[in-house]
Design a protein around this ligand. Structure first.
Ligand SMILES: [Zn+2]
Length: 305
């Protein structure tokens, strides 16, 4: 297991060693924090049949079949669709009712557990109330508020926290000063920002910002920003935040590698205009939640009052 979230790993080690394992765990944290990876590693650890204290051992039958995706005592539930339905929860309950084949336990990971319908959560709840001794369910979710209170109250809750730069660099192999600041301790976000296509997009957004600040909006091609408008609006907000910081002579820019270019752009505009732009971008981000027409959201940001 990588050094990420090692404090939780140590906690889990102590719980396992003390025989105080719970039947339902809930891992929460922002998108990109590594919840699914942690849940999988946790499942592998709980299923490991090595006599060694250090688990997972990576060599026992359970660990090897886990890595090959054929471990009969493990079930992963993840769905690209909007909901995880009652049929799926029946499959989970049935799986957990069976005796383990190789390990002492049976482990089910339910990724994005908020996708479980209320009906599906209620049916799982019955299993949790009187669980078979060997059953462990690990749920992941961005926010515990998205689950039924009855589920949360029965779960042992782990909140994944932002990780230090050293841990992130260790896990990714390398990172740039910008990517570390952009990621803010979130490994998924840091990794995303190291990608070439992200760098390209970031430069596009910087040019968009310069066009807006310079009131040269006639050259803007809105179709360039409609694929992932929400991400693009957040990038725009990030640049505006940095320019505001430059205006008030503060440090801690996120775009630390573009300080000079940002200073130039900051000099071309005033404090008040930046504040107005920030509130306009924030409003556009809010509209993204309610409006499906991204073109209207984008055009009202650029051309609206
Ligand atoms: Zn093992």
């Amino acid at each position: 297991m990588s050094a990420l979230h090692s404090e939780l790993k140590r906690y889990l080690d102590r719980q396992t060693a003390g025989g105080k394992l719970r039947h339902l765990y809930l891992l929460t944290g922002d998108e990109g924090m590594g919840k699914k990876t942690f849940a999988r590693n946790m499942a592998k650890q709980l299923l490991c049949i090595s006599e060694n204290a250090v688990k997972p051992c990576n060599i026992c039958l359970s660990c090897r079949t886990f890595d090959a995706g054929t471990n009969a005592d493990y079930l992963f539930i993840g769905s690209d669709s909007r909901n995880i339905l009652i049929e799926e929860s029946r499959r989970i309950i049935e799986e957990l009712s069976l005796k383990p084949i190789n390990s002492k336990r049976k482990v089910v990971v339910i990724a994005d557990a908020h996708k479980l319908t209320d009906q599906a959560q209620n049916s799982i709840l019955k299993t949790i109330e009187e669980p078979p001794e060997h059953a462990v369910i690990i749920m992941t979710c961005t926010d515990k508020e998205l689950l039924l209170e009855t589920i949360v109250s029965r779960a042992f809750h782990f909140a994944l926290r932002p990780q230090g730069n050293e841990m992130i660099i260790d896990a990714l192999g390398s990172a740039t000063p910008f990517s570390l600041r952009y990621g803010g301790g979130n490994i998924g976000k840091t990794a995303e920002s190291l990608d070439g296509s992200f760098t390209e997009k970031r430069m596009e957004i910087f040019h968009l910002l310069k066009s807006i600040v310079g009131a040269e909006t006639t050259d803007i091609n809105e179709n360039m920003y409609l694929d992932d408008l929400e991400r693009d609006l957040h990038l725009l907000l990030m640049f505006l935040r940095d320019i505001l910081l430059i205006k008030v002579h503060a440090k801690c820019l996120i775009n630390i590698d573009m300080e000079r270019e940002l200073q130039k752009t900051a000099a071309e505009t005033d404090y008040q205009k930046i504040l107005v732009l920030i509130s306009k971008v924030k409003r556009a981000i809010e509209l993204m939640d309610s409006s499906t027409n991204r073109k209207i959201v984008f055009c009202s940001l650029i051309y609206g009052n």
